[in-house]
Structure formats: structure tokens, C-alpha cells
Ligand binder design. Sequence first.
Ligand code: NAP
Length: 266
Amino acid sequence: MNSPLPRKVVVVGGTRGIGAAITSTFVAAGADVLLTGRSVPDHVVETFRRAGCRAGQTVEGLALDATAPDFAPRLAESARTSLGGLDVLCLNAGVFPNKPLADLTHTDVREVFATNVESQILAVAACVPLLRESRRGRIVLTSSITGPLTGFPGWSHYGASKAAQLGFMRTAALELAPYGITVNAVAPGNVVTEGLEELGAAYLAQMAATVPLGRLARPREIADVVEFLAGDGASFITGQVITVDGGQTLPESPEAVLPTGPDDRS
Ligand code: NAP
């Protein structure tokens, strides 16, 4: 049992995909939640509220580009004004454009690193005072298997950014440990989200065939691990990464993935 959950949660990149599942999970657990994205339509926030909000519970949206120069101070300020503090900082915003290494431009690499790495470092830096006040501060980064554990043609810059997140995490965990703040990461395999679906049905089918458990992850399966890392059950875990990939990184060769009957792929 993973309770009680801290009350004040920020989900950066909380509008859709894995982030929406993280938002829903904390809302359902009764937390006050501030979710961000480049755009946060009112109807998206309303959907989260209607799905699980209790009387007196706060669910707010904040349209804030994580690559903007004022992103981090505005995020911290909004956590203070909307939530009155901060217990859990979930840094999930990420982009994964596919482009061969030989075609990469300065702009391509900057966009991926600004979104996936710089925003996380700056958000943590700006939110340290709030997390210290919490006395049970938790930071959970969304990394990936791509980069830390695996490679995939077209994602050299993305993989580098996801590995960089973990390098940041380890030293951040050391610097923040004296304040009781933990810093951990979840490393998903392929998760069926809007962003992944944009890569096409052929890609999804090809990737599902490489997963020993016979399917891609559901966003909720990543959110459950984020919830664990933010809860009391993970109070003594810091600087760690939990891989959630259905065994995708285990096989030595495609032959090591055994066939799964259609009835078992639910
Ligand atoms: P997604 O469906 O594309 O959603 C991405 C989220 O990040 C959205 O809420 C988006 O909101 C937000 N976002 C993107 N750029 C942003 C920016 N510049 N500023 C603020 N918010 C921004 O992606 P996903 O598949 O759920 O992936 C979420 C995270 O998981 C990413 O870090 C990704 O690298 C990681 N991941 C995903 C998979 C997978 O298979 N799906 C696997 C491993 C790791 P807006 O669109 O409103 O900006």
C-alpha cells in the first residue's frame, strides 16, 4: 500500500500521454495538481477535474513552454500561488523527433536538449526552496530505455538527452539528500501515447513484436511507478531508475522473444 500520497504535485508535460496518466493518478489520489504543457486547453483540465476531483481539491493548468527562458521561475511561482507549496515535481515533458544523425542540425539538437534536459535541470533548481519547505520533497524524471540502455537509428540526439537526464539525476540526488528530497527516474519502453502513435502503426507493431510480454505499455503502467516513487513506499530510494518495458531490453536476439498467444496480449 502506497499511502498517504503527498498533497501538492506539479506535472510538467501533464496534458497528454504518459503525463496525462500521471496527472490522473495523482488527482484520483486526492492530491492538488498543477499540470503544464505548451498549451493547456480548459477542457483538458476540466476532464481531469470531472474524472476524480473531490471537494476542495485543486486541479489547475498552466500553459508554459518548457524551453522558454522564464520557464523555471514561472513554474516555481505558479506552484506557490496555485498549490501553496510543492511536495512532488514530476518532470515528464519530452519530444522525440526522429532524424538520421547525418542530417541533424544545431536547431534539432537544441530543441531536444532544451526540452528534455535543460528544462528538467532548471525546474529542479527553481523548485528546490519549495521542496525543502515540504520536508518530504520528491522529484521524478521521465527518462527512457532509449539512450540509457538501448539505441535506435534516428534517435541519437534523443537518446543522448535521456541518458543526460540520468547523469543529472545522480548528482541532484546527492545535493538534495540533506534536505530529505529524493530524485528518481522512470525509464519506459514503448508506451502507447499520442506522441508514439504519430510514429505510425507499422512502428507500433514492429516494436510490440520485440517485447517479451507481447505488447506495448499503457500510460497508466508508467504513472503507477511514478506514483510509487512519489509515495511513502519509496522513502529510502534516491538516485535510481526503474525500467518499465515489459522485458524489452532483455533479449539477446529476436529469437529470445517467445511467441505469445493473442489471448495473452491484453
Ligand atoms: P506525448 O504524448 O507527445 O506528450 C508529451 C507531453 O509533454 C505533453 O503533455 C506535451 O504537452 C508536453 N511537452 C512537450 N514539449 C513541451 C514543451 N516544450 N513545453 C511544455 N510541455 C511540453 O509524449 P509521451 O509519449 O507521453 O512521452 C512523455 C515522456 O515520456 C517524454 O519525456 C518521452 O521522452 C518519455 N518516453 C515516452 C515513451 C513512449 O513510448 N511514449 C517511451 C520512453 C520515454 P504540449 O503538447 O501541450 O506541449
